[in-house]
Design a protein around this ligand. Structure first.
Ligand code: TRP
Ligand code: ZN
Length: 887
């Protein structure tokens, strides 16, 4: 099938083609006359030719969807022969070495459905410039290695738009004619234009103060629509915790007099770290006990932290080009994960992060969209804000932390910030600083940035009772990924220990060492195969590998069920302990047909679960994690082809078996954890709710009246959204006769609260029912749904396509056709959201031939549609195996 002749094939951008900018912009003055339909933007660019640039080199300014009203050089209008305008922007010739270019453009914020550039959301103006949105505001060299000082004046109607915000500090304000007013903002730090922001509208705010450890007073503001003012306190508390944490752990202070956060309802991603003026998806700001769950509270803390930490890892030191995206994102995710660990429970946090990595990133790394942490080509950069760049990138930084130790890592960070403050740099600069500060060679380690794919590790163990030695042979292998057939071995830190048959840790003395060096250590696997020999081992030990999941690899272990049971009961590392139990459950699920998963077969799992339910000394959140069966998305990694309903049926069968066998234990645990005090989102309270609600979800699997009554009672009496939603979810996934009535009750209670309505949509999209697809289709016509709001699309359509494998992959292909059609409609409005939704199709080769055909047809329709966006084209073409890496 050929692409329509009218649609040229989108171009590919290559890392190898990188050229430093020929022109620098030293200062920018922007003036906005804000109007929803016709905003005028005047910009004064103070430019300077780079020293290596020849005098004839034109200045290229990116521009997209702009109406050019005027252009002048040093006060004189430019004649038409001095510049050229095309779809990509503006080229200006014959410029002096330095000067001032004045450009006036007109844009239409209310028609901006892509939510990139300047747009309106709930009647307010806001911007999103990362990665390439600034070019939709004015003509500019829209690349992160052009850093300038910004001064921004906003003018707007005083009544409709009382609040006028931009980066930095306010330096002037006043009244204008015709009921308008203005504010001028100045940001003293040079920055790339992707960090520019403006927000204007009728917003309310809360204010607080933070004193940095050197005594600087910082005013903190959170701006929201006025009806949300009672939902900002948790975000503000989280911000102050993040500011303190970055001082304590990294020695990094905030650098402006104010820090502002704005919540908007229409936002493509989670949040944006614009200098001094973060813009957030409102779901990562707003929380009240009756509207937000424990998970929401937790996510808010983590995203507030993430954006705050970017002030150093991203803003003060930024990326040279977008191939370096993980420089800021991987590092900052690592920082927010550590922040959350320190604020809550480290073990729980780590297990959650590993779960995300293994279910989503490993999958990406094994499919047609696999790319290195530092990609080397792209069509649409927005497609590379991926779990690989973010979460695998964070694992790479975590490995550096493991290899260098806390102090060495900190010295490396200090040197990195010292060397590169105010610069736009590369991931290599980051690793160089780590090397220079510690003297450790990271030559081979750098491969983690360039080679895609998940390495597979194999362990062979040999115990010699005469010599009392235990030899561990580790072998690594990385499967080929698109465009990379041969992989070089990685430098892999393997945190490990050995324990005896009672689960006691053994001292570790490697062959050739004079004395034991502790009970846990990090082996460094650098070659394809290496053998580590431990001495003074009295009897055959159980090796424990990848404590804390010390490397993003797949590890195949030949543990016996008895060894797994031992580790799941005694191992001190929360991750390895949890992993042992999960492996036991996974073996059961993947080696028995669903009808064979009875109490006899599941006996070891049932007994382990019974002990966990009664083990009140253990953190309830860890108990909940131990009792949660492996997700279907994770199990899918181990089967070929993926048969979604088989995985689902098996998991449901095992759940029912556990539920029946453990009913009194589950009820006792549930009762014991029932609390009546005021809601608090702290980790301990949230952990108790998590375990109690897990008990409820097991109990309702029995599908009898007493379980229904328990859930109905919890729904009616819940004093917080966590318990209310958990009860509703249990009911919706059951055959309880009242399920529809409760769903309706929930909607009528919360229809005014858009974020709560998102939960209502997701619950229905992921419901375990035969008619879910029809339900989702009907809901696209419900007043609560809107294709123009990304949160609604994610809550309903993505929840169905990615959170309901049985529904989406139904054999008729109806799920594919429905979502495919939605994607193509969406692509004309918001390509970023359309291509995110299309990710549900990229794995098509993992399914049986019928499903492959259904998914492939949809991908081809997306790729070949006339006027398809670059974003969607790239996802569809790469998924289909087209090579976008060569033209
Ligand atoms: N830098 C943002 C972050 O903290 C990511 C982001 C926000 C983004 N909005 C975006 C990326 C729009 C692409 C497009 O992770
Ligand atoms: Zn980020």
């Amino acid at each position: 099938m050929d692409r329509k002749a009218s649609t040229p094939k989108p171009a590919t951008v290559y890392l190898k083609d990188y050229q430093p900018p020929a022109w620098q912009i030293e200062a920018v003055e922007l003036e906005f006359d804000l109007d929803p339909q016709a905003t005028r933007v005047r910009s004064r660019l103070q430019f300077r030719r780079a020293p290596e640039t020849g005098p004839d080199t034109p200045l290229h300014l990116d521009g997209e969807a702009l109406e050019l009203l005027g252009i002048a050089l040093d006060g004189e209008p430019l004649t038409a022969d001095r510049y050229r305008l095309d779809e990509a922007g503006l080229e200006v010739r014959g410029l002096p070495e330095t000067g001032v270019l004045e450009i006036e453009t007109r844009i239409n914020p209310s028609a901006n459905t892509e939510l990139s550039g300047l747009y309106t959301s709930s009647g307010n103006f806001c911007t999103q410039c990362e990665a390439e949105g600034f070019r939709r505001i004015t003509f500019y060299p829209d690349r992160p290695d052009v850093m300038a000082r910004f001064t921004t004046t906003l003018r707007a109607d005083k009544v409709a738009t009382p609040v006028l915000l931009s980066n930095g500090n306010p330096i002037a304000s006043g009244e204008l004619e015709d009921g308008r007013h203005y504010v001028t903002w100045q940001d003293p730090f040079p920055k790339p234009c992707y960090l520019f922001a403006l927000v204007a509208g009728d917003l309310g705010w809360i204010r607080d103060r933070f004193v940095t450890r050197s005594g600087r007073e910082v005013d903190l503001y959170i701006y929201v629509q006025k009806h949300n003012l009672d939902k900002c306190d948790h975000a503000m508390a989280s911000l102050k915790h993040a500011m303190r944490w970055d001082e304590e752990v990294y020695g990094r202070e905030y650098d402006l007099d104010r820090y502002m956060i704005v919540a908007v309802d229409d936002f493509n991603m989670g949040a944006m770290e614009n200098k001094g003026l973060n813009v957030f998806n409102s779901r990562y700001v707003l929380a009240r006990p009756d509207t937000a769950t424990d998970a929401d509270y937790q996510n808010i803390e983590s995203v507030i932290g993430h954006e705050y930490f970017h002030n150093w890892s991203g803003n003060r030191v930024t990326c040279r080009d977008w191939f370096q995206l993980s420089l800021k994102e991987g590092f900052t995710v690592f920082r927010d994960q550590e922040f959350s660990s320190d604020m809550n429970s480290r073990g729980v946090q780590r297990i959650g992060d590993v779960n995300i990595l293994r279910t989503h990133q490993f999958r990406e790394d094994a499919g047609p969209m696999a790319h290195p942490v530092k990609p080397d080509h792209y069509v649409a950069i927005d497609n590379f804000y991926t779990v690989t760049v973010y979460n695998k990138g964070a694992e790479v930084v975590r490995m550096l932390h493991t290899l260098l130790g806390t102090e060495g890592f900190r010295r490396g960070c200090d040197l990195y910030f010292e060397r590169h403050d105010g610069q736009a740099v590369t991931t290599d600069d980051f690793v160089n600083a780590m090397e220079a500060a510690t003297g450790v060679s990271l030559q081979q380690f750098r491969r983690w940035y360039d080679q895609a794919g998940t390495p597979e590790l194999e362990l062979e163990r040999h115990y010699d009772p005469q010599a009392r030695t235990c030899a561990l042979t580790l072998r690594q292998h990385c499967p080929p990924t698109p465009g990379q057939s041969d992989k070089q071995p990685f430098h892999i830190p393997v945190a490990m220990g050995l324990c005896d048959r009672e689960g006691r840790a053994l001292p570790l003395r490697l062959y050739g060492e004079a004395a034991a060096g502790g009970e846990s250590r990090v082996l460094e696997l650098c070659r394809e195969e290496e053998t580590f020999v431990f001495q003074d081992i009295p009897a055959e030990p159980v090796p424990v590998l990848l404590r804390g999941f010390s490397a993003p690899v797949k590890l195949a272990l030949d543990y016996t069920d008895a060894e797994l049971a031992l580790l799941s009961a005694h191992e001190r590392d929360p991750f390895c302990r949890w992993e042992a139990g999960q492996t036991l459950a996974r073996r059961l699920l993947l080696t028995h047909p669903p009808q064979a998963l009875d109490a006899d077969t599941a006996r070891p799992l049932i007994e382990a679960a019974r002990r966990t339910l009664a083990d009140t000394a253990l953190d309830p959140a860890l108990r909940a994690l131990a009792l949660t069966l492996p997700a279907e998305g994770y199990l899918a990694e181990f089967v070929d082809p993926i048969e979604p309903e088989q995985l689902h049926t098996a998991r449901q069968a095992l759940r029912l078996t556990l539920s029946r066998a453990l009913r009194p234990d589950l009820e006792a645990c549930y009762e014991q954890l029932t609390e009546t005090g005021a809601y608090s989102p702290d980790a301990a309270s949230a952990g108790r709710r998590r375990l109690r609600n897990l008990c409820l979800s097991y109990l309702i699997a029995c599908e009898d009246d007493s379980a229904y009554q328990l859930a109905l009672r919890q729904y009616e009496q819940a004093g917080n959204m966590t318990d209310s939603l958990a009860a509703l979810q249990a009911l919706v996934n059951s055959d309880c006769p009242q399920r529809e009535a409760v769903l309706e009750d929930f909607y009528s209670r919360w229809q005014q609260d858009t974020l709560v309505v998102d939960k209502w949509l997701s619950l229905q999209a992921t419901a375990d029912r035969a008619d879910t697809l029809e339900r989702v289709q009907a809901l696209t016509g419900h007043p609560a749904f809107s294709l123009t709001n990304p949160n609604k699309v994610y809550a309903l359509l993505r929840a169905f396509a990615q959170g309901n494998p049985v529904g989406f992959h139904q054999a008729s292909g109806a799920g594919y056709r429905f979502i495919g059609e939605q994607i193509r409609t969406l692509d004309g409005r918001n390509p970023q959201v359309a291509s995110r939704l299309a990710a549900a199709f990229t794995d098509w080769r993992r399914y049986n031939p019928t499903r492959q055909a259904g998914m492939r047809t949809e991908l081809e329709k997306m790729r070949d549609a006339g006027g398809v966006s670059r974003d969607l084209y790239e996802i569809a073409a790469r998924s289909l195996g087209d090579d976008t890496g060569t033209d």
